[in-house]
Design a protein around this ligand. Sequence first.
Ligand code: B12
Length: 168
Amino acid sequence: MGKAIQISIHNPSQYICANCEQILPDWKQQQFLWVVVVLQQARYPLVEVTGEVEREKERLREKFMRFGCDVAFNLRDRSYVTDLIDPRTGYPLLSHPGAVPHDDTAVVKALLGYPVIKNKCSVLVHPEWGTAVYPSILLSEAPPEIILQVMNVIAPLHGWTEINKDAV
Ligand code: B12
């Protein structure tokens, strides 16, 4: 429980293409953008507002930030524009925030077709993990095979085994 990770690389959803300037103002020049969906299994369902759920969200946010920043800076060092969305706010970490926060659950719903339940917020339901899923998003103009190559080098440093190629 709370250990599994699922990563997949996608073309951006129509909504993001249509509203890129609103959500990622610094990306308007970019010809291409790949969306990396990083789903971590949580130790408990992320539905209620409890100290336990808040601590678990913080734990998973930190794991994503550590992994995501390593991948992002590696790709940026190769001159590929890359950024990650702060799961706590919906705003990009390494570029200017837009007028609209990036809705991670709406994006995962659009790209993976997983259902979302609406309470005071919109909560993703993973086919195996249910609502014990922590969604997070990395964006890059690097081609998927380069993103995968870099993630395969960095994932083991974060305790995650090799990422299988059918993530693309
Ligand atoms: C802001 C926010 C809140 C706000 C409310 C947001 C709301 N009204 O929906 C508050 C603080 C109330 C909240 C509460 C909770 N939240 Co909340 N929240 C977020 C946050 C940071 C942003 C969501 C957002 O901006 N939604 C946009 C909504 C508000 O706008 P909208 O007008 O309805 O729709 C527009 C957007 O969708 C926009 N859009 C933007 N990008 C895209 C992309 C696509 C493809 C599309 C179609 C549309 C779109 O277009 C629409 C029209 O303009 C997300 C993380 C993230 N980065 O997404 C976490 C997040 C959704 N919350 C989460 C959780 C767990 C909760 C709680 C259920 C529990 C908790 N302990 O936090 C509680 C609710 C408890 C309860 N009892 O009800 C988790 C869900 C985990 C999961 N399994 O999916 C997330 C993913 C954070 C995380 N990573 O853990 N949350």
